[in-house]
Design a binder for this molecule. Sequence first.
Ligand code: F3S
Length: 64
Amino acid sequence: MHIIVHTAKCQGHARCWFQAPEIFKLDEDGYILPGNIDVAAGNEFRASRGARSCPERALEITRS
Ligand code: F3S
């Protein structure tokens, strides 16, 4: 599972980080860092929960 990070949509809500801080890294201003995320199998539940928590839809889950 991968998460495509749409940095231009991020408004710094940090809900993703609150759900899974080891998966979603923020910069010093609280915005998601650029770069897509490769999620390990054991982290998929928390990663998807964090991605879905973003109100700006900045985190797109892909299974490919
Ligand atoms: Fe940004 Fe959404 Fe996370 S706005 S900090 S990607 S919850």
